[in-house]
Ligand binder design. Structure first.
Ligand code: AMP
Ligand code: MN
Ligand code: MN
Length: 341
């Protein structure tokens, strides 16, 4: 669905529920806040609802305090019936957690997303996997609607873009993208501020945890991938929070000839969340799909049950096979992030 049709349909309705994926990141938050702000500017009633906790380093985002947590909703707050449920940056609706129930209760479900494995679960789907961030898709919608960018809107869109491009690293900044960035900066987005919060502003305990992860790291010079992990015990020893792992997976790609970085985080005793990152040549999405997860060509994830040695060996076995096999999928270079228009 194009932005013109989508905006027309949005404008015809009045009340909107907005949500995004669990383990929320700067693009999920930026996109939620951006669509919320856009809809409010055209006089709509909105409610942002999220099932999970929000990492402290995203608290700099204006109006983030307006996001309602699922627990608050259950305790009976002001949210009512909605005409439209807008889901942003979420490839698979199961990742909405308990908010997923509203897909069946709200008449119109709008799915706005840039994940390649989004199967179009909405009654209206605006999907574009060539777009570097979902927030940039909302930028296109804002343009279509002829809504002026203000400081907040520009900050939300920029935060999504900066988060998903690793601070302009995973995308070639050509003139089309640069002119959008320029427009966002003119409207008041501060790149320095956003970069500081998204990538640097961390608790001391987060650095201690990073130290453990670096210590646990193994590198396969034969297969060119780094693998590390953190157990519940590591979290206890460092007095760390769940969000303290943000960015740890990227460190494996600092190794000069690493193609892939793998990070296993024990989320419960005997259950691991596995994060995959690619330097840009090898497609990690089939690896995540093999284990029942999803994501992008260069960043994907899945969950895996077992104890630490079991999980490590299952991942190692699969990866070695995948990387050795001549059928290993490479990222289609023509499809890595041209500007959407
Ligand atoms: P993460 O490693 O958690 O930062 O996730 C990287 C990318 O993979 C994100 O785009 C996520 O949406 C996606 N992803 C991570 N875990 C899963 C999962 N269990 N199922 C589907 N997609 C996932
Ligand atoms: Mn996201
Ligand atoms: Mn995203």
């Amino acid at each position: 669905m194009n932005t013109k049709t989508l905006f027309k349909r949005l404008a015809e309705n009045n009340t909107f529920l907005i949500s995004s994926h669990q383990n929320i990141d700067g693009d999920g938050l930026g996109s939620m806040l951006a669509i919320n702000s856009m809809l409010r500017k055209i006089g709509k009633k909105t409610c942002m609802l999220y099932d999970g906790s929000i990492p402290y380093f995203y608290r700099f985002l204006p109006e983030i305090e307006n996001i309602i947590f699922y627990e608050e909703y259950e305790q009976g707050n002001s949210c009512c019936d909605w005409d439209v449920f807008v889901v942003v940056d979420c490839s698979n609706p199961e990742r909405l957690g308990r908010v997923d129930q509203f897909r069946k209760k709200v008449p119109i479900v709008v799915n706005i997303d840039h994940h390649p494995d989004n199967h179009g679960y909405g009654t209206m789907n605006y999907t574009d996997y060539t777009c570097p961030s979902s927030s940039l898709m909302i930028y296109q919608l804002v343009k279509e609607a002829d809504i002026a960018l203000d400081n907040n809107l520009a900050t939300y869109i920029m935060t999504g873009f900066i988060t998903d491009t690793g601070g302009f690293q995973f995308v070639e900044l050509e003139s089309g993208l640069l002119s959008i960035m320029n427009e966002l900066i003119k409207a008041g987005a501060s790149v320095a501020t956003i970069m500081r919060y998204v990538f640097k502003y961390r608790r001391f305990e987060a650095l201690k945890l990073l130290g453990k992860a670096l210590d646990n790291m193994k590198y396969s010079a034969q297969y060119h991938y780094a693998l590390t992990y953190l157990t519940r015990q590591d979290f206890i020893e460092c007095n760390s929070l769940e969000e303290d792992v943000e960015g740890i997976v990227d460190y494996g790609l600092h190794i000069s000839d690493a193609e892939i970085s793998v990070f296993l985080k024990e989320i419960d005793s005997g259950l691991f969340k596995v994060s995959l990152r690619s330097q840009g040549r090898i497609n990690v999405l089939p690896i995540a799909h093999h284990f029942g997860g999803g994501g992008h060509f260069k960043a994907a994830g899945f969950k895996l049950a077992g104890n630490l040695p079991q999980v490590i060996s299952r991942v190692n076995d699969f990866l070695k096979n995948y990387l050795e096999n001549k059928n290993t999928t490479l990222i289609p270079q023509s499809e890595t992030y041209p500007v959407t228009e």
